[in-house]
Design a protein around this ligand. Structure first.
Ligand code: ADP
Length: 363
């Protein structure tokens, strides 16, 4: 079967019109420049419809119709449309046919994030190394130090903060322009997971990831914060690079497991930040050694110490090693991060110590 193209999708979407003030039968949503971030993968299509946030309720009908229209295209398995608040990069069909790219998203304006003192990214070369667990425990350790803290889950591919912080629900807008972050344990939290249902396929691509991040940064009423911890998407590809270039980061922390392969990925992460002049505050070794919950015996199942050695070689600070322990997994996966639920636990003290080093380094 022939591949579905952007032009086909836009053609289908031209069927959907919105009434204009002139009562002339309306204009279609493609001509109005409302479509952005079309992603086509494995016969699944995802796109955004840029809307005035004040009209979100009435636009839900348009969203459903748009999804249906694209679903009806021969060869499309599923279509997902998301309403987003701000036009960053919209398409017209002429561009799609000619293959000409529209212009780069404007990243210059910061508003909701204007009163954030420091922004620190927690990154890893690959997924599953414990980046989100570390982000949430570090954010909460900073909070326990008496700081005003925000946590931005920029892992738009697999947002885990709703689960790890135990918060859910849709962020509300008081002024119709910006979104209020959700809160738990005294920190402000924003995640794509609050906006998109967990079972919805998230087939993002560059501009869409960027648009989502920009909104979660600028269109969220973060208020005054001492520090915003950004849980980055895993990897060192384009999306991660764009985020590091566009968010005014004060530093980055690289998370790695001790295995060689994860270290190679961490090295790529380090180079990526260096390339965009974001200082790397240090490397953390997660799942550094296995601590038996029964007898407390330590086993170096992944070859403990690799990240420390690598940090030395790369002339980069080593921030600490966190063991692989059941309590860390159960507490973070249940929305009760260990630094809050068991503040005097030996693992919590390690997170506290790392948070302390990060804060001291920034100040
Ligand atoms: P990433 O953000 O890198 O994809 P996560 O933080 O989601 O990784 O962690 C992946 C899984 O590993 C989660 O179930 C988490 O609870 C668990 N985990 C992370 N760090 C540890 C640790 N030190 N000990 C035990 N389990 C951990």
């Amino acid at each position: 079967m022939a591949k579905t193209t952007e032009a086909q999708i836009l053609l289908a979407l031209e069927e959907i019109t919105i009434p204009t003030k002139n009562n002339d039968g309306g204009k279609n949503i493609v001509a109005l420049g409302m479509i952005s971030g079309i992603a086509i993968k494995d016969r699944m299509v995802q796109f955004s419809i840029e809307i005035d946030p004040e009209k979100a309720d009435e636009m839900e009908d348009i969203r459903k119709k748009a999804e249906q229209c694209v679903n009806n295209i021969d060869g499309v398995l599923s279509a997902t449309a998301i309403l987003t608040a701000e036009a960053k990069e919209s398409y017209n069909r002429q561009q799609a046919v000619s293959g000409k790219k529209s212009k780069k998203p404007d990243s210059s304006k910061i508003n909701g994030a204007a009163n954030i003192k420091y922004m620190v990214a927690i990154a890893s070369g690959k997924g599953g190394v414990g980046k989100s667990t570390i982000s949430v425990n570090i954010a909460l350790s900073l909070k326990l130090m008496g700081l005003k803290v925000g946590l931005l889950d920029a892992d738009v591919f697999g947002p885990s903060m709703p689960r790890m912080t135990g918060v859910s629900g849709k962020p509300q807008s008081i002024d119709g322009n910006s979104l209020e972050p959700l809160e738990n344990y005294g920190i402000k939290i924003m995640s794509m997971g609050f906006m998109v249902a967990e079972d919805q396929p998230v087939v993002w691509r560059g501009p869409m990831v960027m648009g989502a991040l920009q909104q979660m940064l600028n269109d969220v009423n973060w208020g005054e914060l001492d520090i915003l911890i950004i849980d980055m998407p895993p990897g060192t590809g384009d999306a991660q690079l764009t985020i590091s270039q566009n968010a005014p980061l004060n530093g980055a922390v690289i998370v790695s497991t001790p295995q060689d392969i994860a270290l190679i990925d961490a090295k790529k992460g380090l180079n990526m930040f260096l390339k965009v002049n974001v200082p790397v505050l240090g490397i953390i070794e997660n799942m550094s050694y296995f601590l038996c919950p029964q007898c407390g015996h330590q086993s170096d199942i992944f070859g403990h110490g690799g990240a420390r050695a690598e940090a030395k070689k790369l002339d980069c600070k080593f921030l600490g090693e966190i063991p692989l322990h059941m309590d860390i997994r159960t507490t973070s996966d249940n929305g009760n991060p260990i630094v809050i639920s068991q503040p005097n636990n030996q693992h919590s003290l390690i997170y506290n110590d790392i948070a302390d080093k990060i804060w001291n380094d920034l100040n």
